[in-house]
Design a protein around this ligand. Structure first.
Ligand code: ZN
Length: 131
């Protein structure tokens, strides 16, 4: 199943947990593993805190310092920083599914990480069913 994500700035962490839940619910599968994978080379998927909106801000501020937008990169498209960030974060996450619910901690959410937006993005959700 494909989830559509519209981002609004060059770097952004957008909570997609509800969209993943909807995809899982529509599958009818109750138990297994849910793989959530960005279909882009400049957008990642991560799991982190949803409660304090300052956490994603701090993460983005820090990753933007670690990987500056301009740094004599060779990639002609001019967005090497975004490619590097995706490789640091990774394109996907795996979450357990138990009795129809994602197994996430109280403060955990699944985020799409935009590193070269704003863009319309796609995230693939695959469920490995445990029968
Ligand atoms: Zn590029």
């Amino acid at each position: 199943m494909i989830i559509s994500v519209k981002t609004g700035s060059r770097t952004q962490m957008k909570d997609i947990t509800d969209q993943v839940r909807q995809a899982v619910t529509s599958s009818g599968i109750q138990n297994g593993l849910v793989h959530v994978c960005s279909l882009h080379t400049t957008g990642a998927v991560t799991i982190n805190e949803n409660a304090d909106p300052a956490v994603p801000v701090d993460i983005l501020n820090t990753i933007n310092k670690i990987v500056p937008w301009d740094d004599r990169y060779r990639h002609m498209e001019g967005n090497s920083a975004a490619h590097i960030k995706v490789s640091l974060f990774g394109p996907s996450e795996m979450v357990a599914l138990e009795n129809g619910s994602l197994v996430l901690g109280t403060w955990q959410s699944i985020f799409f990480c935009e590193f070269d937006g704003p863009r319309n993005r796609k995230v693939n959700v695959t469920i490995l069913a445990d029968r």
